[in-house]
Design a protein around this ligand. Structure first.
Ligand code: FE2
Ligand code: FE2
Length: 271
């Protein structure tokens, strides 16, 4: 029996189920739902912090666009290319919306600040995202999959938000990101299912190694970004390292078709 066929499909319901399990174990005090209504940034300081937070969000999306645009011509896989063309369009639209909302709120066009932050992603990730298809998969895991639990914590605990951005997020970003995650899962499963048993073992080892490299590369950024998120929108970040590590384990267990208990000791965001 092929275990990749018997695993449940990767859906937002499955994500929530895994997230609740992790929260019950590592942060049972976190609210099950948002407790407070958010308010827009008002003071000069709130607006400045919110601006920096939005610039970081747009940079995350624009970096994805730049990486995918680079890779789309390098991997001659039409199925992947069609998926990436959609990801580029979607994440580009997310970056553009975030840019324009930041511009309305701050009164200045953030495009140059955004590109400066994108350059930081290139600097710390190095050639990993575009090294080969396995490196690109590790990039997709880090930029699309591993961040999900921390975004769910943000959505329950944030105190400041822009109502226009929240609307765009609910109607466009959230469903499109769910689609991206499923697209990454499907691409990987196609590659994995086509491999022989010996190749499968080899692929799992390669992906683990590159995902670990990605984690080491991202650790300083993640810490800094969580601090910025806390300062800008008031999210609860105390338990994020434990939640992040546990979520990443679950994602890798699913991708590599290996129970969490049989994964090797992984790099922690705290390392
Ligand atoms: Fe996005
Ligand atoms: Fe995305």
């Amino acid at each position: 029996m092929n275990p990749t066929v018997t695993r449940p499909a990767w859906t937002t319901d499955l994500e929530l189920e895994i997230f609740e399990k992790i929260i019950n174990q590592h942060a049972p005090h976190l609210p099950k739902k948002r407790l407070h209504e958010t308010k827009p940034p008002e003071t000069t300081e709130e607006i400045e912090n919110f601006y920096r937070f939005r610039v970081a969000g747009a940079a995350h999306d624009l970096f994805i666009v730049q990486v995918c645009a680079n890779i789309i011509g390098q991997i001659p896989d039409p199925e992947l290319q069609l998926f990436l063309s959609q990801q580029i369009g979607d994440d580009g639209a997310h970056a553009e919306n975030t840019r324009r909302r930041a511009q309305v709120i701050s009164g200045r066009d953030p495009i140059e600040d955004i590109q400066r932050q994108v350059q930081k992603h290139w600097d710390y990730m190095g050639d990993l995202p575009i090294r080969n298809w396995q490196g690109f998969l590790a990039f997709e895991l880090h930029y699309e999959m591993h961040i999900v639990a921390s975004l769910l914590v943000n959505s329950r605990t944030s105190k400041i938000s822009d109502p226009e951005s929240a609307k765009f997020s609910a109607t466009r970003i959230q469903p499109e990101e769910a689609f991206h995650r499923v697209g990454v899962v499907k691409w990987w499963q196609r590659k994995y299912d086509q491999a022989s048993p010996a190749e499968k073992a080899d692929l799992v080892a390669q992906i683990l190694e590159l995902d670990e490299e990605g984690q080491n590369r991202r650790n300083p950024y993640l810490k800094e970004h969580w601090q910025l998120t806390h300062t800008a929108i008031g999210t609860d970040i105390d338990d994020l390292p434990k939640i992040y590590d546990a979520w990443r384990q679950e994602v890798l267990a699913y991708f590599l078709d290996t129970p969490v208990s049989r994964l090797p000791q992984l790099v922690s965001v705290n390392d």
